[in-house]
Structure formats: structure tokens, C-alpha cells
Design a protein around this ligand. Sequence first.
Ligand code: TYD
Length: 211
Amino acid sequence: MTSGQKRSGLLIIFEGIDGTGKSTQVQLLSEALREQGCEVVTTFEPTAGPFGKKIRALFTNRASLSQEEELALFMDDRRWHVQELIAPALATGKIVISDRYYFSTAAYQGAAGFDPEQIIADNETFAPVPDCVLLLEAPVALGRRRIEESRQEDPNDFEKEEGLRKVSAVFTALKRDYIKRIDASQSIEAVWAAIWAQVLPLLTERGLKVK
Ligand code: TYD
């Protein structure tokens, strides 16, 4: 299913560099939507499917793969995600909220040297274009500090500061009407308020009554 095809559900994506609080906000949004009576499916990438598992196993030693192989793995994982989870849920009218999607490939593999716009175009041959991308933006140093504090662990190969600066720059350069920038350096409550302000109009557009 691509952007031109009809679907009844809603696809909302959270993007941003590591440590911007995506998973907390995914949780808050899914709870708020369920309270509104919506059927919500929350999901994430890299997935828990066969390719996602392979990617996670490689986290600590990214150099064991060529950049081409790494990009191919993320694409395979996305195909699996769309086919097994996203497309069926959208077809039955559910709201799908995903922690990462193809904008992460554009930003991370784009930072590694691939053309971000080409990555987006390749993904859009098979992956539904989202209704809304909530791009959580915060300084790289802040994200890194949050990772270290919350997980009490060193950043993995994807999370090294210099690389993340490049990733962040690609995210910032992405321009689409449906990409909404959120200042994620604020408190959890303030970030949440900014997110809800973006999502509410989508619900009313779909004729969903908001309590
Ligand atoms: P992350 O969301 O941090 O997973 P978790 O919170 O479970 O550790 O994703 C892992 C890393 O994968 C993250 O640093 C970004 C990277 N990534 C890519 O490089 N390309 C992609 O297409 C995706 C989806 C993720």
C-alpha cells in the first residue's frame, strides 16, 4: 500500500535521535488514544521479527557488516514490518504508532553516506506514507546523557556522539508537510502537550469525536 491507496486507519510515527524520549511519548500517546476509544497498535523498529533480531544482534559490532549490507537489513526489516503488522492494522482501521520508520533509515544510513532522499523514495515503493511524523529534536549531548542515565550503559555503535550529530542534521533537513518538529529538550509534560496539539487535528479530520 502506498500513499495513493486508500486506508481507513491512521499511521503516526515517532522519529529522532537516541535519547529524545520517543518510547515515553509513544506510551503516553497510545494511552490517550485508547482513552478516546481508539483501537491502537504500538510497534517499533528495528522490529522483533527475524531481520530486526539480526540487526539487534549486530548493535555492539556494527563494523562486522558493510554499509550496503546494513542498509539492506533495515530495508528487509521494514518490508517485514509493513507486511506483517502495519498494513493489516491500517486496513482494519486501527491507529498504528511506530517508534521509528523509514525516516530513521534516511537519517542514520544517510549519515553513513547514502542519499536520504533516495532512501525515502525506495521505501515509498512499498511502505505506506505516514499521516504524521513527530520528529523529536534535542541536542545530541542531551540525548546521550539521557541514554547513560536511564540505561546505566555506554552508548552502542549507533549512538556515538559524532555520528549522531550527522544523523541529527539529516533529520533536521527532512522537509515534508506531515513532519512535525517537537522540541524534546523540554519536560516530558511539555513535550506531551506539543504532541497532543499535533495529533488532535488528525483525529477531528477523521471525524473521531474527542472527549
Ligand atoms: P532504537 O530505537 O534505539 O532501539 P532500542 O531503543 O530498542 O535500543 O534503535 C536502534 C538503533 O537502530 C538506533 O540507534 C537507530 C538505528 N536505526 C538505523 O540505523 N536505521 C533504521 O532504519 C532504524 C529503524 C534504526
